[in-house]
Design a protein around this ligand. Structure first.
Ligand SMILES: Nc1ncnc2c1ncn2[C@@H]1O[C@H](COP(=O)(O)OP(=O)(O)OP(=O)(O)O)[C@@H](O)[C@H]1O
Ligand SMILES: [Mg+2]
Length: 485
């Protein structure tokens, strides 16, 4: 039996709906008199369908609709409206209601709309509410909030077509995960997913990296090389940090997207390509276009369908699920049996603003795993930076904060230098040399802490990414050596 909640301040109307629905013997009916009561019942008994009046005292239908969708986006809501408030009903449909019924009600109409709604609901919920499949089924894509459900919906739809996609969102919001999900849910899933990070490539290597080169095409090209386009043939090419692509390269990429063929460097042979382009950026491309740093024509090519990833602070209700997910991930990796968060720690995580988004949350949980000795993550195992941002200091904690790991700006803090361990001999006082030694040690240590991930290291160790990349090159450091196997 399907549960239907009828919400109307008019008792007579509730009763007549109840009798219509109960006659079909398919529905089990509950009632509520206003929006507020409706919310409580949705939380309690999780109805499949809510039939919701618009004009009600205490809490009106539109407000209740928003809250119901927040509690459970899969609930089907049908709006009840008098002819006079059709406008409201249209608004309600925009807010996520399935459809509306105009008063006075007719039994056959009510039953029909309910049946249609449930059919549509089944179709959509199989598609939308199911998180997109990821690479190997080992990783989950978490997102129960309305914001993420919209993203899932788009991923499913975009997987069925071959248009370019532009994924936009701040650092750590899951752009790469979305790109992989689009690939894994598309017909190209058996072919390769090839990622290229546009911000990590030197300008002169870009072209050969993307299109390949012939032997002898330029000094140092002693072998013929296959480019990423050819490598990804039949599959998906992910242009990460596309906003950092040099202008000259943007022109070349645009031409490839238009003509669907390219020429390797030093070759006079054009090669046809069948690759789906998914690009991502956390930069404000519109602003870059205005400044002449990003080509408008390429932008329109890539931006056919944009996906915007919300910041974690705008979907706080996903935090519990994400934390659960990361705890079980790290329990496996570190062979631990952490059960969850203490209630205080759970509250604090929701107060924090998460500038580094999900990646930062993942780091915070891993940081806590290292420090926590109990079976629940307590406040004392959370990073100091996070605690101070939400107004918790050593003084108002019963236990001292355990914080030996560098996190956030802590790394750039002077206290770190003794740990870094540079010994300064009195007879070799040379500032530049020591500065370089410090930089080198600092960067290797930071890379080690953040598993060789450039973005993460730049963000948390407070080094502009461009500077970090320059220093990595200068000191010949290989970030891959610090990646977790
Ligand atoms: N919805 C999610 N469910 C589970 N894990 C997630 C989710 N979103 C992101 N993550 C995890 O968070 C981390 C950061 O995600 P990702 O690398 O996709 O972010 P990004 O937006 O590409 O970041 P950046 O801009 O820094 O490159 C990854 O480890 C990823 O697996
Ligand atoms: Mg990324």
């Amino acid at each position: 039996m399907l549960k239907v909640l009828v919400v109307d301040d008019d008792r007579g109307l509730r009763l007549s709906l109840r009798s219509i629905l109960e006659q079909s013997e398919m529905y089990q009916v509950e009632e509520a008199e206003n929006g507020q009561e409706a919310i409580a019942k949705v939380e309690q008994s999780k109805p499949n369908v809510v039939i919701l009046d618009v004009d009600m005292p205490i809490m009106d239908g539109l407000t209740a609709l928003k809250k119901i969708k927040q509690i459970d986006p899969s609930t089907v809501v049908i709006i009840l409206t008098a002819h006079a408030s059709i406008e409201n009903a249209v608004q309600a449909v925009k807010e996520g209601a399935y459809d509306y019924l105009a008063k006075p009600l007719r039994a056959d109409e009510v039953l029909q709309i309910l049946q249609d709604a449930l059919k549509a609901h089944q179709l959509i919920s199989n598609l939308v509410l199911s998180a997109p499949t990821l690479m190997d089924g080992r990783q989950d894509f978490i997102g129960k909030t309305v914001e993420m459900q919209k993203v899932f919906h788009l991923i499913h739809r975009l997987s069925k077509v071959d248009t370019p996609v532009l994924i936009r969102g701040a650092s750590g919001t899951g752009k790469e995960l979305v790109a992989r999900a689009i690939h894994m849910n598309s017909t190209r899933k058996k072919e390769k997913f090839v990622a290229i990070n546009c911000s990590a490539l030197a300008e002169n290597l870009f072209e050969s990296e993307l299109f390949g080169h012939e032997k002898g095409a330029f000094t140092g090209a002693d072998q013929r090389k296959i480019g990423k386009f050819q490598y990804a043939e039949g599959g998906t090419l992910f242009l990460d940090e596309a906003g950092d692509m040099p202008l000259a390269m943007q022109v070349k990429l645009l031409r490839v997207l238009q003509e669907r063929k390219f020429t390797p460097v030093g070759s006079n042979r054009e090669i046809g390509m069948n690759v789906r382009i998914v690009a991502a950026t956390n930069r404000n491309l519109e602003e870059m276009i205005a400044k002449g740093e990003f080509r408008e024509d390429l932008f329109y090519r890539l931006n056919v369908i944009p996906i915007y990833l919300p910041n974690l602070k705008d979907r706080i209700n996903d935090i519990d699920h994400l934390v659960c997910h990361f705890i079980s991930k790290f329990n496996k990796i570190h062979e631990r049996k952490i059960q969850g968060l203490s209630p205080e720690a759970a509250t604090l995580l929701k107060k924090y603003t998460w500038p580094g988004n999900i990646r930062e949350l993942e780091n915070v949980i891993e940081h806590a795993f290292v420090l926590e000795t109990g079976d629940k993550i307590s406040i004392a195992s959370l990073p100091e930076k996070l605690l101070s941002k939400v107004g918790v200091t050593n003084h108002n904690l019963q236990m001292p904060v355990k914080n030996p790991l560098p996190y956030g700006n802590d790394l750039s803090n002077q206290n770190v230098s003794p740990q870094v361990g540079i010994i300064i001999a009195d007879d070799k006082l040379d500032f530049s040399k020591h500065k370089e030694m410090f930089e080198r040690e600092f960067i290797t240590k930071a890379l080690k802490t953040f598993n060789g991930r450039i973005n993460q290291t730049a963000l948390h160790a407070n080094i502009p990414k461009k500077t970090l990349l320059r220093k990595i090159e200068k000191y010949g450091i290989n970030p891959r050596n610090y990646m977790k196997k």
